[in-house]
Design a protein around this ligand. Structure first.
Ligand SMILES: *[C@@H]1O[C@H](CO)[C@@H](O)[C@H](O)[C@H]1NC(C)=O
Ligand SMILES: *[C@@H]1O[C@H](CO)[C@@H](O)[C@H](O)[C@H]1NC(C)=O
Ligand SMILES: *[C@@H]1O[C@H](CO)[C@@H](O)[C@H](O)[C@H]1NC(C)=O
Ligand SMILES: *[C@@H]1O[C@H](CO)[C@@H](O)[C@H](O)[C@H]1NC(C)=O
Length: 207
């Protein structure tokens, strides 16, 4: 009897360990360019600046890039994060939950919110909070549209949701795209957001 209970306890314990360290899998959804969009009170037009890693070093910051690389959006079934790979809203929006990758690395928010290309988290745990973005496609058909707005989520479905803002911070002499919980200082009424542009099959990029 006792040994049966011990056996059951051991089975449960190992099941828990497996669940806690379970690995998630990710699926490529789309590939395209990341762009910083800025609007201001003084102009109706949104200014667009393509983004990429600052250099080839490890943990390169995400900054402006005149020859923008193609990032890959992947959706992931992380139990820790709790979001589904994607969700369709009645209004016709498709929201993809997952990561932005380039050369095998993931766009990651640092402790100060600055985005950089860092090693992708492999464990289904806390580190994913710094790499999980929601990307909202205007897609009544459930298929990704040519343009989407994307932002770091910053919390799991078990946490209280919070609003994240896109801003630009200075690191040495470089402007680095950042994600912050604090509303950015509103210089001239400017507002920023990160946009994703699907790799065009033909024609010129709008940025
Ligand atoms: C999960 O990923 C880690 C890191 O890559 C690896 O060491 C571990 O064996 C994986 N676990 C499972 C259950 O696949
Ligand atoms: C994620 O999906 C893979 C493949 O379908 C599956 O093997 C794995 O168990 C899933 N992981 C989670 C955490 O749902
Ligand atoms: C989220 O909360 C549920 C209910 O309290 C719990 O069972 C689950 O383990 C939590 N998930 C994570 C990843 O902490
Ligand atoms: C959305 O998720 C479902 C599975 O939940 C998958 O079949 C479908 O391909 C996904 N759509 C996109 C655009 O990733």
């Amino acid at each position: 009897m006792l040994s049966t209970l011990v056996t059951i306890a051991c089975v449960l314990a190992s099941a828990n360990v497996r669940a806690a360290s379970s690995n998630f899998t990710c699926t490529d959804v789309a590939s395209g360019h990341l762009v910083l969009g800025t609007t201001s009170d003084s102009s109706d037009a949104e200014r667009l600046k393509a983004l990429g890693p600052l250099d080839q070093t490890d943990n390169a910051y995400i900054s402006y890039d005149s020859s923008p690389p193609l990032f890959t959006l992947e959706s992931c079934n992380s139990t820790y994060m709790g979001f589904p790979p994607n969700m369709t809203w009645q209004e016709g929006y498709l929201v993809v939950y997952g990561r932005w990758k380039l050369n095998g690395k993931c766009v990651t928010a640092g402790s100060d919110g600055a985005l950089a290309l860092k090693t992708c988290a492999t464990a289904d745990g806390k580190a994913l909070v710094t790499q999980f973005f929601d990307t909202t496609f205007d897609a009544p058909t459930g298929v990704v549209s040519a343009k989407a707005e994307t932002q770091l989520i910053g919390y799991t479905t078990n946490d209280t949701s919070l609003a994240m803002y896109t801003t630009v911070t200075r690191h040495r002499t470089t402007d680095v795209v950042s994600q912050t919980e604090t509303p950015p200082f509103n210089d001239g009424g400017s507002e920023r957001r990160i946009l994703f542009y699907l790799e065009p099959t033909s024609g010129k990029l709008p940025f």
